[in-house]
Design a binder for this molecule. Structure first.
Ligand SMILES: NC(=O)c1ccc[n+]([C@@H]2O[C@H](COP(=O)([O-])OP(=O)(O)OC[C@H]3O[C@@H](n4cnc5c(N)ncnc54)[C@H](O)[C@@H]3O)[C@@H](O)[C@H]2O)c1
Length: 330
């Protein structure tokens, strides 16, 4: 007999909340049942639009018998606070990226979830791109040889209006940083997952194009445990926004990902210029849907989710190590 479907509660009905409603619509094994937001009008509108309950506040959401999993979609600096409340109430936790903005808060959330015996996953939807997973398999199987050089570029664009669209955006207090903490953290996680946690040799951060206190450009030089060196570039100034590129070279070959899609793969073990015939067909699924399916399966099977709190911690540490090397902070 298949387990009863899990009920999802959503905290924060802003921009990313729509993605959850869409991802859970028709999902196997789970559905959205209730929402809350400190903006009562927004919560009521969202609840009506998706025909789910407006819980009124977090406390009420956490006492609902039909809420098994809580999705934390509030500003980044409140992730651990809300996630911990959910864990203490015995609810599984899906927290948006970054896990939080301080390592102390992130650790408290991880420990709180462990103590409560609930699952915790940190959203990193890019990991579910088949191209990224293929690159991970190539690295893990040693087909690229020993990793020697890495280049990660996140050349995005965010307008001044974006930063003014909500009071927390672009602030140290609640965004915890700028281009790297908010946008580039996807690649902080990918780089850590694929290449290992890097040591940050040197970095610079600046606000060059926006009227914000946090950075809109972050550059860093990296060294990995394998001996590989690397370069990272994250910006929200590259109008109108370009594809993210992750290039990883090993002693046995190179793989190049553009927005997660493998656009080049050359292995010394194969004839030069030959690309595995299947890589071009690897296109991006709905990453949130894939990650929510993973947590549903993890809960029902009693296994770890594929992206854990520790993974979120490592990505956050990478971001904060860049800030530290750059002497960048509030
Ligand atoms: N994975 C992704 O691709 C992705 C994309 C966008 C945003 N995000 C993440 O999602 C989070 C939210 O971002 P957003 O763009 O949706 O922000 P937003 O400002 O549009 O929405 C946040 C909502 O949270 C509400 N809120 C604030 N404090 C609250 C509290 N204590 N309790 C309940 N509700 C509260 C606000 O009223 C607001 O409606 C951020 O951490 C961001 O990094 C992730």
């Amino acid at each position: 007999m298949s387990p009863a479907p899990l009920g999802f509660g959503l905290v924060g009905c802003g921009v990313i909340a729509e993605t959850y409603a869409a991802a859970l619509d028709g999902a196997t094994g789970g559905s959205l049942v209730a929402v809350t937001d400190v903006d009562a009008d927004l919560a009521a509108k969202f609840a009506a639009e998706y025909a789910v309950a407006d819980a009124g506040n977090l406390e009420h959401l956490l006492t609902r018998a039909d809420v098994d999993v809580v999705c934390v979609c509030v500003p980044s600096g409140l992730h651990a606070e809300v996630g911990l409340a959910a864990a203490k109430a015995g609810r599984h936790v899906v927290v948006e990226k970054p896990i939080d903005i301080s390592l102390g808060a992130a650790r408290a959330l991880i420990e709180g979830a462990e103590a409560a015996g609930v699952s915790l996953t940190v959203i990193s939807q890019q990991r579910y791109h088949p191209g990224v997973r293929r690159a991970k398999a190539l690295l893990d199987e040693g087909r690229l040889g020993r990793l020697v050089e890495v280049s990660a570029s996140v050349p995005w664009y965010r307008s001044e209006a974006y930063y003014k669209s909500a009071g927390w955006r672009g602030t140290w207090a609640l965004d915890g940083g700028g281009a790297f903490m908010n946008q580039g953290v996807h690649y902080a996680d990918l780089v850590c997952w694929l290449c290992g946690q890097p040591e940050v040799l040197a970095a610079t951060c600046a606000a060059v194009a926006h009227d914000i206190e946090v950075e809109d450009v972050a550059l860093a030089l990296l060294r990995f445990g394998s001996g590989a060196v690397g370069v990272l570039e994250v910006t929200t100034c590259a109008y109108p926004g370009y594809k993210c590129v992750l290039r990883m070279s090993g002693t046995g070959g190179t793989v190049v990902l553009e927005d997660g899609e493998i656009v080049a793969l050359q292995l010394e073990e194969e004839a030069a210029g030959v690309m595995d015939e299947d890589v071009a067909a690897l296109t991006m699924p709905d990453g949130h849907r894939a990650q929510l399916a993973d947590i549903i399966s993890a809960i029902s099977l009693g296994r770890q989710p594929s992206v854990t709190g520790e993974d979120g911690y490592r990505a956050l540490k990478f971001v904060l190590d860049v800030y530290s090397a750059a002497g960048w902070g509030p």
